[in-house]
Design a protein around this ligand. Structure first.
Ligand SMILES: Cc1cc2nc3c(=O)[nH]c(=O)nc-3n(C[C@H](O)[C@H](O)[C@H](O)COP(=O)(O)OP(=O)(O)OC[C@H]3O[C@@H](n4cnc5c(N)ncnc54)[C@H](O)[C@@H]3O)c2cc1C
Length: 564
């Protein structure tokens, strides 16, 4: 069944590469213009790297796929220049509620630390997300987005990868210094490289029904029911999307016949049982999905880097698919950008797979646990699960055991060799390997809190140092000189001097003064005066120290670049 969103087909265009006498070499070729390939292409373009993106199709994703995008996805999209557009169209939510039978037993807040630029989540149809990313990419003349270009063969040597591409005009070859395989769960690149993605296929079927209803009393929250009266013995999930669209996921069990279940005459009574006969709605889309949790062993295959669903797949519970895919891009693109300039070590390139495999393991673990709880695989697991749900009605201790999907949060790159471990104690959940947390800041003497910017929106595309200062006297000539030296390193470090009060300072251009007027940055990072945080270009904390020392910062950066 097609929904009312009519994706405009993108034109196939023939490029000079197709008639060149010899394969033309490009710095980066991205296979797949799904959300992850598109995000990568925008990221390279922002960094000034020309990209070729090929896709075998000529439209954005059709139908109902990803809906929920987490705060980290939005923070990364902000860096890519698209956060505002996603927020404007998407449905913002922070609260999730869990019901057992007909009672609410539990609720959770996906933005426990308030006063950040972005909410815990937005809901947005995947086709809008892709359309916006296509339009963002079209702003860059250096990006070549080639529809109806299908990868059919790939090989590589020590200098380049060579791709054979099929088009309506026949096949052609191009070379790439680096290739990003973002061609989805059934990755052709993976198969052509004789690589595997291994894991667990779940024997479960879920029905997606997207309906349009304008009059209803549901708030913009995530609601999940275990064993509801309208769908006994199973579970149901409800999400609000833009355009008065609501996404309902019904657990059907493995024995359900997908073709029968997709028929409107079978779906509509299910929805009426849920909403009541009096609620008017239109059925927009339906499909039945099964899922698996799996990943490749290594996300790097010499010059080819796998990202998004091609590298790892999870069940939809937890919304960890596209959310983790964009984190792959955030992790990879700055490293490849350095490699293209001849400034990346092998260790730095290998760290992509090391760090993202760690993230994939965490995502797969969470997703598997959620799936096992939502659809217990045997009678004794179901008895245990229902006991937890019953207890959770009355007892707080049982509530954390209820698992209706642990929603996507970025994993901490703990014990990764590119991250400098703490040498002092910090009383905060933010730690080296975490993305930096957000908080409001002001930039000038005028403390106008209504138009305040946020910390993350000040950060740039390079390494950055957050240095906490309270007294102008601490800003000695020596400190200024050392910060200047940090900004002149092969990988420059831009300094942000953060103070609680506005200080009468005149600073050189390599230092930005941020006023932490609410004290939240200091509190969230447990930062005393003199404390420093070094952030990588992807806003991940590379290391921190209680007292500034130029050499300590240089060592942290060397470790982050794989040079230690
Ligand atoms: C029911 C459902 C619900 C989901 N809900 C969420 C959610 O709420 N939140 C979330 O984060 N994730 C969710 N996901 C997961 C999310 O949809 C995926 O993680 C995401 O689409 C992966 O993006 P991708 O770019 O890696 O791959 P894809 O979106 O699959 O894109 C791959 C692209 O590669 C192209 N391609 C394939 N082969 C070739 C070839 N040989 N040559 C050239 N191009 C090729 C394809 O045409 C396609 O455009 C959900 C998934 C499903 C199925």
């Amino acid at each position: 069944m097609l929904n009312s969103y009519q994706a405009t087909p993108f034109a196939y265009i023939a490029y000079a590469d197709q008639t060149a006498a010899h394969p033309v070499t490009h710095p980066v070729v991205i296979i797949g213009a799904g959300p992850i390939g598109l995000a990568a292409a925008v990221d390279f373009s922002i960094k000034g790297v020309p990209v070729v993106v090929i896709d075998d199709n000529n439209t954005v994703s059709i139908g109902s796929r990803a809906v929920c995008y987490a705060k980290r996805f939005l923070d990364i999209s902000d860096r890519l220049g698209l956060g505002e557009r996603l927020i404007d169209k998407g449905v913002t939510w922070n609260l999730g509620k869990v019901f057992f039978e007909n009672e609410q037993i539990f609720s959770f807040d996906m933005l426990s630390e308030k006063q950040q630029r972005r909410p815990g989540f937005i809901n947005l149809q995947q086709y809008y997300l892709e359309q916006y990313y296509v339009e963002r990419l079209q702003e860059f003349d250096s990006a070549s987005l080639r529809w109806k270009n299908k990868l059919i063969d790939i090989s590589q040597d020590e200098n380049v990868a060579t791709l054979t591409i099929e088009t309506p005009d026949g096949t052609y070859q191009i070379n790439a210094q680096y290739v990003l395989a973002c061609d989805g769960a059934n990755s052709a690149t993976r198969k052509l490289c004789h690589l595997e993605s291994k894991g667990q296929v779940f024997q479960d079927r879920f029905l997606i029904a997207d309906i349009v209803m304008s009059n209803n009393s549901f708030p913009s929250e995530r609601w999940f029911w275990f064993n509801p009266p309208f769908h006994p013995g199973s579970s149901t999930l409800l999400h609000r999307q833009p355009d008065n669209m609501w996404r309902i996921d019904f657990d059907l069990g493995w024995d359900a016949d997908p073709e029968e279940e997709k028929k409107p005459q079978n779906i509509i009574p299910r929805i009426k049982a849920f909403l009541g006969d009096e609620v008017e709605f239109e059925l927009e889309w339906s499909s039945v999905y099964t899922f698996c949790c799996r990943r490749m062993q290594n996300f790097r295959h010499q010059r080819i880097f796998f990202a998004g669903d091609s590298a790892h797949q999870v069940s939809p519970f937890g919304a960890r698919g596209a959310n983790s895919g964009i984190e792959d891009i955030d992790n990879l693109v700055w490293k490849l950008n350095l490699a293209l300039k001849g400034q990346a070590s092998e260790a730095l390139l290998n760290s992509y797979s090391e760090e993202r495999v760690l993230a994939a393991n965490e995502n797969i673990l969470n997703s598997t646990r959620s799936t096992d709880f939502i659809t217990p695989k045997n009678a004794s697991n179901k008895i245990m699960r229902d006991a937890v749900l019953s207890l959770a009605k009355s007892y707080q201790f049982a509530r954390p055991l209820v698992n209706s999907g642990r929603l996507s949060v970025p994993p901490v790159l703990r014990n990764c060799r590119m991250i400098s471990a703490d040498t002092a104690s910090f009383k905060t959940q933010i730690e080296p390997g975490s993305p930096c947390i957000d908080a409001p800041v002001t930039l000038s003497i005028d403390l106008d809190v209504t138009t305040q910017p946020f910390l993350l929106s000040q950060l740039g595309e390079q390494f950055q140092l957050l240095l906490f200062i309270e007294d102008p006297c601490e800003l000695t000539a020596q400190l200024l000189a050392e910060l200047q030296q940090l900004s002149e390193l092969a990988q420059p470090i831009h300094s942000f001097m953060i103070s609680h009060e506005n200080l009468p300072l005149t600073l050189p251009s390599n230092i930005t003064h941020l006023i932490d007027h609410s004290g939240l940055i200091q509190k969230r990072l447990d930062a005393n005066c003199g404390c420093c945080y070094l952030l990588r270009p992807d806003q991940i904390i590379a290391g921190r120290t209680r007292q500034f020392s130029k050499q300590t910062i240089i060592n942290m950066q060397s470790r982050a670049l794989g040079a230690l």
